[in-house]
Design a protein around this ligand. Structure first.
Ligand code: KG4
Ligand code: ZN
Length: 335
C-alpha cells in the first residue's frame, strides 16, 4: 500500500489529504478563503498567498490527525505545481518539498487540471474504470472537453474561446448583484425559476467542440436591461439551462463520436445541479456510465492531488526537488 499526502494551494483553497493507493481517501481537509475574497468579487492573489502561508501547517496537521497517520506512515508527498497563482502554488510546493526532505520520501508535482479529471474517478470503487471517457472540465478558469483515453492519456477535443463556464456564472451573478462565487448562488436560485423565461441562443451549438460563454453572459445582461422587471430566479434558471444545454450537447456528441464508455464531470461547475441531472439523463439514455464526483470532489481539494500522484508515480516516478511551480502549466495532451 502507498500512502500519499496531497497538498493543494493553487487558488483560494488551502487543502491537504491523505489517500491510500489513489482511491481510499483517509482524510481531506479544505480550508476555503472565500470569505477573505468575497468583498472584492474575486480572488486577490496577494491575499491568497498570505492566507495559504498561515493555513498550510495547521491544514496539513489536521489531515494527518484525521487520517490517523503518523509522519512515518507517509510514503510520498504530492503538491499542485500548476496551473494557478504563482504566489499560492509556491506555498504548497515549498511545504511539500520540505516535508519530503524531512521525512526522506519522494516528492511529486501534480497538474491541477489533470487532478480534476481524476477527482471524477475518486468516488468510484469499482476496481476497473472503463476507457475512453469524455470529461467536461468546467471550472472558474477553464472549460475543456477532453477525451480521457487511459491513465495519463488525454486528447483535447474543445475548449472555450473566451470566458470559462464558471467565470460566466460568476459574472452573471455579479451583474445581478447576487454575490461571489456566483455558481452556487445561481444554482440555488435557479431551482425557483423558469428556465424558458429568457430566450437565449445556444452559442456555437453545432459548431465543433469549442465553447463561447461570453456571448451568453452579454445576452443575459442585455435582456435584463431591456426587461428590468424580470424575476431574478427566472434569469438564473434560463442562464443555467442555456449553459447546461451547450455543455451537455457537446459532451454527448463527443461521447457518441469516440464510442465513450462514459461521461465524467470535473471542476467547480460540475457541482451544478442542472448540469448533473442532464448528464445523468443523457448517460442513461445512451446506455453509458456517468461519473459525477461528489460536490466536495468537484471543487478544489487535495484528495484529487494525492490520487493523481499515485498514477503519475507509477508512470513517471517522482519529481525533481529542484522543480518549481508553473502558473501556466498545461496538460500534456496527445494532440
Ligand atoms: O474548480 P474550482 O473550485 O476552482 C477553479 O476555478 O479551479 O471552480 C470554481 C468555479 C467558480 O466559478 C464557481 O462559481 C463555480 O466553480 N461553481 C459553480 C457551482 N459551484 C461552484 N457553478 C455552477 N454551479 C455550481 N453549483
Ligand atoms: Zn480547480
Amino acid at each position: 500500500m502507498t500512502t500519499i499526502l496531497g497538498i493543494e494551494t493553487s487558488c483560494d483553497e488551502t487543502a491537504a489529504a491523505v489517500v491510500d493507493d489513489g482511491r481510499d481517501v483517509r482524510s481531506s481537509i479544505v480550508s476555503s478563503q472565500v470569505d477573505l475574497h468575497a468583498r472584492y468579487g474575486g480572488v486577490v492573489p496577494e491575499i491568497a498567498g498570505r492566507a495559504h502561508e498561515a493555513l498550510i501547517t495547521p491544514v496539513v496537521a489536521e489531515a494527518l490527525v484525521e487520517a490517523g497517520a503518523a509522519d512515518s506512515d507517509i510514503d510520498v508527498v504530492a503538491a499542485t505545481c500548476g496551473p494557478g497563482l504563482v504566489g499560492s502554488l509556491l506555498v504548497g510546493v515549498a511545504a511539500a518539498k520540505a516535508l519530503a526532505l524531512v521525512w526522506d520520501v519522494p516528492y511529486i508535482g501534480i497538474n491541477h487540471h489533470e487532478a480534476h479529471l481524476y477527482a471524477a474517478l475518486l468516488d468510484e470503487h469499482d476496481a476497473e474504470v472503463q476507457f475512453p471517457l469524455v470529461t467536461l472540465l468546467v471550472s472558474g478558469g477553464h472549460t475543456m472537453l477532453i477525451s480521457f483515453e487511459g491513465h495519463g492519456r488525454y486528447r483535447l477535443l474543445g475548449a472555450t474561446r473566451d470566458d470559462a463556464a464558471g467565470e460566466a456564472f460568476d459574472k452573471v451573478a455579479r451583474y445581478l448583484g447576487l454575490g461571489y462565487p456566483g455558481g452556487p448562488i445561481i444554482d440555488r436560485l435557479a431551482s425557483e425559476g423558469d428556465p424558458t423565461a429568457v430566450p437565449l441562443t445556444r452559442a456555437m451549438l453545432d459548431d465543433g467542440y469549442d465553447f463561447s460563454f461570453s456571448g451568453i453572459k452579454t445576452a443575459v445582461i442585455n435582456w435584463v436591461r431591456a426587461h428590468p422587471d424580470v424575476a431574478t430566479a427566472d434569469v438564473a434558471a434560463s442562464f443555467q439551462a442555456c449553459v447546461t444545454d451547450v455543455l451537455t450537447h457537446k459532451a454527448r456528441k463527443a461521447a457518441r463520436e469516440i464510442s465513450a464508455a462514459g461521461i465524467c464531470l470535473a471542476g467547480g461547475v460540475a457541482a451544478n445541479s442542472a448540469l448533473r441531472e442532464r448528464t445523468l439523463d443523457i448517460c442513461m439514455e445512451d446506455g453509458i456510465n456517468a461519473y459525477l464526483p461528489s460536490r466536495a470532489m468537484c471543487t478544489d481539494n487535495a484528495a484529487m492531488i494525492a490520487a493523481t500522484a499515485w498514477y503519475r508515480l507509477a508512470s513517471d516516478g517522482p519529481s525533481d526537488l529542484d522543480g518549481g511551480a508553473d502558473p501556466n502549466l498545461r496538460i500534456d495532451f496527445l494532440n
